[in-house]
Write a protein that binds this ligand. Structure first.
Ligand code: 13P
Length: 243
């Protein structure tokens, strides 16, 4: 049975954290739930979410251990706060900050060194998809971004760039195909799907064999919509148990 991972990436937004935590469904036993707030709100998120078993993630981490890197945030500092995960290589960081697979791998490695689980994001652009390059982009993205890393210690998120924030999710079949390819490259690593996940399409996506969870942007900003997706994961787990 899958242990679902439902992760919310709040990007540069922050709802009222205590109210949000109070409104989330109880999840004992339930999926692993992770919230990635903006850096300044990590301590408040830790205070509010630890009580309800929600793990807290950073949205990025420095590739450097420490030193003269103005504006960077180290894995050591994040871990010392109590964060347990770090998203690395999100397509917004790749697009707006020129992050390469090699840099993403360095970030994931430093996260792992400090006990953070990296959530490594990969995904093709619409142009790459049109050119038929999806498989090559994912293969390169995963093998270079997770190069030398222990697959049992990482999470990979398949986030097609064209599906992010557009309201047009990948079909469950396409997402599953990509997740299966990724699972072959990093056997044992949970593969999440991200890109316009909503309470309406979560069930179909999460039902797919190689999709172990979701990385959710917009729909993770409301406790109701995130809660509905968590509840979907809970009911899918129950249904699998009953089989
Ligand atoms: P949306 O769910 O808003 O499409 O964002 C997905 C995402 O980028 C999560 O990291």
């Amino acid at each position: 049975m899958k242990n679902f991972i439902i992760a919310g990436n709040w990007k540069m937004n922050c709802p009222d954290i205590p109210a949000f935590a109070a409104a989330l469904p109880a999840q004992e036993p339930g999926p692993t739930v992770i919230i990635a707030p903006p850096f300044p709100f990590i301590p408040a998120a830790l205070r509010a979410f630890l009580r309800c078993g929600v793990g807290v993630s950073a949205q990025d981490v420095s590739a450097h251990e420490r030193g003269a890197f103005t504006g960077e945030v180290s894995a050591e500092h994040l871990a010392s706060l109590g964060a347990r995960y770090a998203i690395v290589g999100h397509s917004e960081r790749r697009a707006y900050h020129g992050e390469t697979n090699e840099l993403v791998c360095a970030k994931a490695s430093v996260a792992l060194r400090h006990g953070l689980t990296p959530i490594i994001c990969v995904g093709e652009t619409m142009e790459q998809r049109r050119l038929g390059d999806t498989e090559a982009v994912l293969t390169r993205g995963v093998s270079q971004s997770a190069n030398g890393l222990d697959p049992s210690k990482i999470i990979v998120a398949y986030e097609p760039v064209w599906a992010i924030g557009t309201g047009i999710a990948a079909t469950a079949l396409d997402a599953e195909r990509a997740a299966e390819l990724i699972a072959e490259l990093v056997p044992g690593a949970p593969v999440l799907y991200g890109g316009s996940v909503t309470p309406d399409n979560a069930r179909e996506l999460l039902s797919k064999r190689h999709i172990s969870g979701a990385l959710i942007g917009g729909a993770s900003l409301g406790a109701d919509s995130l809660g509905a997706i968590i509840n979907t994961a809970i009911s899918l787990s129950k249904e699998a148990e009953e089989l």
